[in-house]
Design a binder for this molecule. Structure first.
Ligand SMILES: Cc1cc2nc3c(=O)[nH]c(=O)nc-3n(C[C@H](O)[C@H](O)[C@H](O)COP(=O)(O)OP(=O)(O)OC[C@H]3O[C@@H](n4cnc5c(N)ncnc54)[C@H](O)[C@@H]3O)c2cc1C
Length: 380
């Protein structure tokens, strides 16, 4: 096995968290290697609705989503499982842009900032010894660095190696994404509830729409396949049935992920600094997992730049790890909690029917819940 050059920081996973860290750390003069198991551009399971809290920061990095064709989203429609829709304004607002376009643009920025991005490199092993890391890939390469950022998303075999608690559980969560062409308001995100899940629709670039749903399959599920779940469970909501039957589906088959977890995770594992979904995944109905991934990477990068990665003594490392954990908790712990709590109201048909109508009857509570799961705009 070839031992490849030493870097200042190795970033495992080039999604939004990893690429943001790659851009910021490279611009601070650090030697950065991003190892990504996939390629760019690629489709990912995601609602592709991005809270405006991250817009000023993205622009400060040099990425203007509207130049890439993003749509502007300013209001929310929620339907009960029986198909009754209610509406609410989105004070902060959002934009819609596919991961196919966004991740590619972020990858270009990272490379232009000086980061090396190696694709088709799945990290298979990370070992911490003698105050440094060695990282191995599926291509039989090995890299070393004093610091490793784990930004490899919701779940990976690395989580098994690290024996993280959440990876043991088969959660039954299923995420499914399509791109469609359809007749739907350009400035509206729809969140349509059904027994066991919810389905989002919102506009992205090129007059396309993202249609993405989350479903929690019960252990004793009768309907197990995607067509069966759609036909027998989701289509009980007439709004969802109508969207599916009046749209052109643009993928040959949907993007699918399963068995991810919304439980609390640790921000540092065996000295790996976890970032984005690897540090904690907020429920998709909050629509700001991407903003949190970007924001978390910004917090981590600023800490690393301030600490300096050369001559990182064990004492300095310990302080860095505890400060990162503290900041992560301060910014995101409560949002994750509210995300889980609100999602809990939507799983059961009767409860969600009552909860949606009750919340809508008290606009101040409805607004407060939207605000509790979102942050304030993040600047440069
Ligand atoms: C159904 C669903 C809908 C969602 N909808 C929205 C939404 O509308 N808005 C929103 O803001 N958020 C949404 N989210 C959440 C959002 O997608 C995530 O929070 C966001 O993608 C996190 O970014 P990340 O960089 O942490 O992870 P990712 O974007 O998943 O990136 C991780 C990267 O790591 C790579 N990788 C994994 N393992 C390895 C390895 N061993 N070696 C090398 N590379 C590896 C992967 O290929 C990937 O590119 C949704 C989530 C789900 C499940």
């Amino acid at each position: 096995m070839a031992l490849r050059s030493d870097r200042d920081v190795i970033i495992i996973g080039g999604g939004l968290a990893g690429l943001t860290a790659g851009i910021m750390l490279s611009r601070a003069g650090l030697d950065i290697l991003i190892l990504e198991k996939g390629t760019y551009p690629s489709h990912k399971v995601c609602g592709e609705y991005i809270s405006n809290e991250v817009l000023p920061f993205l622009k400060s990095l040099g990425l203007d989503p509207f130049r890439l064709g993003a749509s502007r989203i300013s209001r929310l429609r929620v339907s009960t499982p029986s198909g009754k829709s209610i509406y609410a304004p989105l004070d902060l607002g959002a934009f819609g842009l596919s991961r196919y376009v966004l991740d590619q643009a972020m990858c270009d920025l990272a490379m232009n900032s000086g980061a090396e991005v190696l694709t088709r490199r799945k990290v298979t092993e990370v070992i911490f010894e003698q105050n440094g890391f060695s990282v191995k890939t599926n291509t039989e390469e090995a890299f070393t660095a004093p610091l490793v950022i784990g930004s490899y998303g919701k779940r990976d075999t690395l989580d098994k190696q690290l024996e993280r608690d959440f990876i043991q559980e088969r959660t039954g969560y299923l995420g499914v994404k399509y791109h469609i062409r359809t007749d739907y308001p350009v400035d509206e995100i729809g969140l349509d509830n059904f027994e066991g899940g919810y389905c989002g629709i919102s506009r992205i670039e090129d007059e396309k729409y993202n249609l993405c749903y989350l479903y929690r399959r019960p252990r004793s599920a009768v309907h197990k396949t995607i067509p069966d779940i759609q036909e027998h469970i989701m289509f009980q909501n007439p709004v969802i049935r109508n969207i599916f039957s009046h749209s052109d589906f643009l993928f040959a088959k949907p993007e699918v992920i399963q068995d991810f977890s919304f439980e609390a995770k640790s921000a540092v594992e065996d000295h790996i600094l976890m970032c984005g979904d690897a540090a904690g995944l907020i429920t998709p109905l909050c629509g700001n997992g991407m903003s949190m991934a970007i924001h978390g990477a910004k917090i981590l990068s600023e800490l690393l730049i301030a600490a300096g990665v050369t001559e990182l003594t064990p004492e300095k490392r310990r302080k860095l790890e505890s400060e990162y954990t503290r900041q992560w908790q301060k910014h995101f712990r409560q949002r994750l909690f509210w995300g889980r709590t609100i999602q809990g109201l939507f799983g059961n048909e009767t409860v969600s029917e009552i909860a949606i109508r009750a919340l809508h009857a008290i606009p101040a509570v409805e607004r407060a819940l939207i605000a509790a799961t979102h942050g304030s705009p993040i600047g440069a």
